[in-house]
Design a binder for this molecule. Structure first.
Ligand SMILES: *Cc1c(COP(=O)(O)O)cnc(C)c1O
Length: 393
């Protein structure tokens, strides 16, 4: 908060849309800003955990799981040590493995496809739509007799078209697992991300909207059997202290991270409201700007704007121009998964997923975190407009 207060004193006329009187810094992310107001509370909780000596699967982990399940509108949650392990354990508990195929989006963070490959299964990509999510109309063509599951990614915090995806899955008797790493609290027809698939996987990484002070992840489900099995899978296969029932690793969430998450959960609704408000500001202010397209959620969608991603003409020039004005932006993600080095063995030709490939050259994520002030947002908008007014930048 201190950081933000400092910034808002720097300029008085920034709210005036046609001029900004001084330069300022608008970083793409501001984790220090988020923690400034929480530090005392967090330290108090850390001290409590340290004094308890219960660092592994302590009470806070169970409390966090219960609250997280309620938040998503499901019966159970299992906390793990990263979003990646959430995905990996989710696929493993469903017995996805060698010889299977899992259909997913090519424009996600690489973790999504890595987890499929790590089980021994093959990722199969279906192209994405305008909403940056897997295009249901492209899924059916990707289904083979080996297809075990569909793994939609709720990219940017916007829920994929789950009605269409669930209908396809039902018709072909395949499972749906959600990569909801970016989508805590995201709603689709009144239901929350993580409640549609047989399992929902979340990341609690510092850059996600509900974030630990380090790595963390969580899996949601309504299936009691899977819930119990996941508790064993994350903990060395130990059904009881002295009996291991499955070869597996250690994917536990630290008690100290659960304690931090419980503190932050109290702020999550307000933070999310702040992101939505900032997104609305961008959408309103950038509406008439030729060269820019903003996300346009449908009436039945309530995204959480993990990222606010515009489609921008001359994207790389815009990104550099904004950086020169002190404005941070990012590209999520510049190289689709099938075009990365590791994916050579998948033999997916460049050009075969045209929408994802085109988007990767045009997308730009603008700062949207709730700690941004009005002046910060006006400053970003001012320079985007200025960029598109001058053709020679
Ligand atoms: C962050 C992220 C992951 C991985 O989560 P980690 O906690 O970093 O392991 C997986 N999928 C998506 C879409 C993500 O954004």
């Amino acid at each position: 908060m201190q950081v933000l207060r400092g910034l808002s004193n720097m300029t008085t006329r920034a709210a005036d849309k046609e001029t900004v009187s001084e330069t300022r810094q608008v970083p793409y992310v501001n984790i220090t800003g988020q923690h400034a107001g929480l530090k005392k509370q967090l330290l108090r909780e850390f001290e409590r955990v340290i004094d308890s000596g219960q660092f592994v699967l302590g009470e806070d982990v169970g409390i966090f799981e219960k609250r997280f399940a309620e938040l998503c509108g499901v019966s159970y949650a299992v906390a793990v040590n990263s979003g990646t392990d959430a995905l990996l354990l989710a696929l493993r508990v469903l017995k996805v493995g060698e010889g299977d195929e899992v259909i997913t989006a090519p424009n996600s963070f690489v973790s999504t496809a890595s987890c499929i490959r790590l089980t021994g299964a093959m990722p199969v990509f279906a192209d994405v739509g305008e909403d940056y999510n897997i295009d249901p109309s492209k899924i059916e063509a990707a289904i083979t007799e080996r297809t075990k599951a569909i793994l939609p990614v709720h990219l940017t915090g916007r829920t994929a078209d789950m009605d269409a995806i669930l209908a396809i899955a039902k018709r072909h008797e395949i499972l749906v697992v959600e990569d909801a790493a970016q989508a805590v609290l995201s709603e689709y027809r009144g239901r929350r991300a993580g409640s549609f698939g047989v399992l929902g996987c979340f990341s609690l990484h510092p850059l996600k909207t509900l974030n630990a002070c380090g790595d963390g992840g969580v899996i949601t489900t309504n299936d009691e059997r899977l819930y119990k099995r996941l508790q064993v899978l994350r903990n060395l296969g130990l059904e009881h202290r002295d009996d291991c029932v499955v070869w597996t690793g250690n994917s536990r969430l630290d008690t100290i991270q659960a304690a931090a998450l419980l503190v932050k959960m109290d702020y999550l609704e307000a933070w999310t409201a702040g992101r939505r408000k900032n997104a609305e500001f961008y959408r309103r202010e950038l509406a008439g700007v030729a060269g820019v397209r903003c996300p346009e959620p449908k009436n039945h969608e309530r995204p959480v704007y993990h990222t606010f991603v515009i489609r921008a003409e001359r994207r790389d020039n815009l990104k550099k121009y904004l950086a020169d004005q002190g404005i941070g932006s990012a590209v999520h993600y510049p190289v689709p998964i099938h075009m990365q080095t590791v994916a050579k063995d998948l033999c997916v030709a460049e050009g075969s997923l045209p929408e994802a490939e085109t988007q990767s050259k045009e997308i730009l994520s603008l700062p949207v975190y709730p700690e941004l002030g009005k002046e910060d947002l006006a400053y970003v908008v001012f320079y985007i407009k200025k960029f598109y007014r001058s053709e020679n930048i």
